[in-house]
Design a binder for this molecule. Structure first.
Ligand code: BTN
Length: 250
C-alpha cells in the first residue's frame, strides 16, 4: 500500500478548495489536506465556517469512490458516522447527528461536514469531504449568534484532546468504512447513523432551499439517505436539501 499524502498548511482559504484543486491535478484517493486555520472556511448552505488557529481541526479528504453517482450524496452520511465512531472511541463521548451531518454533543454543534463533488476527467467522480470540529474553542471563540448552539470537546468534557490523534482516528474510520460501503452498500453505516439520530421524534423545522419553513416531527432516515418529517397536517416530507432546526430540547 502506498503511503498517504497528508498536506499540512498553516493558513489556507479553505482546505476543501485546496483539496479539490489537488484532486483535479490527479491527487490520489485518500489524500488529506489539513490546516491550522482557514481564512474562508465554508459550511453547508454557503455559511462561513469560522476557523481560528489552535482551537479546531479543519481538514479535507479526497475520495474517488467506486459508487453509482446516485449514491454519492450518501457518502457524507457515512463520513458523519466515521467521525462519531472515532470521537466516541477516543474521547469517551456519545455524539448525535442532525441530518445530514451536523455532529452534536450535549445537543450543541461540535462539528460539521461539507462534501463537494464533481465529475472527473477519468469518468469517475472527484469527491472532497471537508470536516471541521471544535476541539478547544471557548464560548468567546464562537460568534454571538452561534454561542448558544455550539460546543467544543473542551467545553463539553473539560479535556484537551490532541488534534493529530483525532485526525488519525477519523482517517482510520473513513479508511475502514468507505471500502465497506463500496462493497456491501449502506445498510450497516445507516444503522449507525440511525442510532445517533438527534431529530427522531422531536419537533423541528425544515427550511427548504428556497427559504420556505415546514414544521414537523422527525421520522428518521430512509434508505436513500433522505430524512422524513411528519408535518402538522400528517403529510410526510422527504428532505434531500435545505436545513433542519431542532425546535426543542428532548
Ligand atoms: C457545516 O456544518 O456546515 C460544514 C462545515 C465544514 C467545515 C469544514 S472545515 C474543513 C473544510 N474546509 C472548509 O472550508 N469547510 C470544511
Amino acid at each position: 500500500m502506498q503511503a498517504r499524502l497528508v498536506k499540512r498548511l498553516v493558513e489556507v482559504d479553505s482546505t476543501n478548495t485546496v483539496a479539490m484543486e489537488m484532486g483535479r491535478q490527479g491527487a490520489r484517493s485518500g489524500t488529506v489536506v489539513v490546516a491550522e486555520s482557514q481564512t474562508r472556511g465554508r459550511g453547508r448552505l454557503k455559511r462561513p465556517w469560522i476557523s481560528p488557529p489552535g482551537t479546531g481541526l479543519y481538514f479535507s479528504m479526497i475520495l474517488r469512490p467506486d459508487l453509482d453517482p446516485v449514491d454519492l450524496s450518501k457518502i457524507t452520511l457515512v463520513a458523519g458516522v466515521a467521525v462519531c465512531l472515532a470521537l466516541e472511541a477516543e474521547c469517551h463521548v456519545r455524539l448525535g447527528i442532525k441530518w445530514p451531518n451536523d455532529l452534536l454533543l450535549d445537543n450543541r454543534k461540535l462539528g460539521g461536514i461539507l462534501t463537494e463533488a464533481e465529475p472527473s476527467a477519468g469518468g469517475d467522480y472527484l469527491v472532497v469531504l471537508g470536516i471541521g470540529l471544535n476541539i478547544t474553542s471557548r464560548e468567546a471563540s464562537f460568534p454571538d449568534d452561534l454561542r448558544k448552539h455550539a460546543t467544543s470537546l473542551l467545553l463539553s468534557t473539560g479535556q484537551r484532546f490532541e488534534r493529530d490523534l483525532l485526525l488519525a482516528a477519523i482517517i482510520r474510520r473513513l479508511d475502514e468504512m468507505i471500502p465497506r460501503v463500496e462493497q456491501n452498500g449502506f445498510s450497516e453505516a445507516f444503522a449507525e447513523w440511525r442510532a445517533r439520530d438527534a431529530s427522531k421524534g422531536r419537533t423541528l423545522s425544515w427550511v427548504t432551499a428556497s427559504g420556505e419553513v415546514v414544521e414537523g416531527i422527525g421520522q428518521g432516515l430512509d434508505d436513500n439517505g433522505a430524512y422524513h418529517i411528519r408535518g402538522a397536517d400528517g403529510a410526510i416530507h422527504q428532505i434531500l436539501s435545505g436545513d433542519l432546526n431542532l425546535a426543542s430540547t428532548p
